[in-house]
Ligand binder design. Sequence first.
Ligand SMILES: *Cc1c(COP(=O)(O)O)cnc(C)c1O
Length: 405
Amino acid sequence: MTYNKNINPMCNQKNLSAQTMLVHSGTDRTRHGETSEAIYFNSGFTYENSELAEARFKGDENAKGHIYSRFSNPSVDMFQTRMATFEGAEAARATATGMAAVTTALMSQVKAGDHVVGARALFGSCRYVVEDFLPRFGVSSTLVDGREPENFAKAMRPNTKAIFIETPTNPTLELVDIKAVADIAHAHGAVLIVDNVFATPVWQKPLELGADLVTYSATKHIDGQGRALGGIILGSEEIISADIHTFIRQTGPSLSPFNAWILLKGLETLSLRVERMSENAAKIADFLATHKKISTLFYPHHKAHPQYELGKRQMKNGSTMVSFEVNGGQEEAFRLANALSIILISNNLGDAKSIISHPSTTTHQRFSEEERLEQGINRSLLRLSVGLEDVGDLIKDLDFALEQV
Ligand SMILES: *Cc1c(COP(=O)(O)O)cnc(C)c1O
């Protein structure tokens, strides 16, 4: 039996706010009408007959459907659609980790003989891919100080196919002017790939500023509860379905349906969590800025940030990460971290639980002291990922730990 149901024309995707879409977009209900999204724990799919199998493999418009979960899966599709809606991207493909997203994005754009330009302040493994991994396949790379767009322009060569940046950077929260660098990339016929993890899709939209591809480690704020690894690449339908889809289909860095489901659940509360974590981070930045045992503070929306104007222009908020240098060196930094009770010592970020890390002895240990200093990482630097705890408690925790320094 069918019943009449009045449809409000104002409730289509175009008229609904981003928060509503984070809860509903992409949902593909089964005939059971489940509330929460179903987990399609299937590696493969069946065909009613051989003709349909043939047509689907051929890509016939009216034979659309799933073939094998390395290429596509309904739970993974739901996550991709919801992310694309929120990002304002035409299309997206999910991957098993954030590093799989970065590697796929880069590898899908280059071949032997090409050249890539990157900002030298990058997440450790991203820098490894650009600096050590790509050259093994005949793709040369140049790393520049990303704070000055002019440095990218100077590094461009006729065979430069991609620029890869991260902004704010890890761990010193330097900023790269996305719009200026996108213009430089396009003037040379190259694509701009932006790793947008630190700003989150809530506060910064690189595609609107001219980027061609955006990548995330969904492990960070998108899950944000320390449960699952995941990644995603977003961009135009053309580049995603041609380059990215083909790369994932043929080489297999695909996301598991179970992790896609966890990440879908994460998206429902993404903006709520990121908004509160960022509010807490701004208050902690204010607290640290005037503390006599802190020599330098890095927070994109704090006046003390040397690129404050750019931060205000391209990020809607300073986001969830605060870095700072404590007076002294490694000993003082360790003493501070060791005296914390609520804030955990760990290298993850974007989590509901606040996390502190000492980059020079952990995530950036493999670099020489000289390379670290070139990236602004000295031994007194600590990186704090601000979580969802009560901010008064977090400040109490930091205040006590600073007294022990
Ligand atoms: C964590 C992180 C990655 C890698 O993501 P994984 O999910 O750990 O593979 C890449 N870029 C940035 C900026 C990150 O913070």
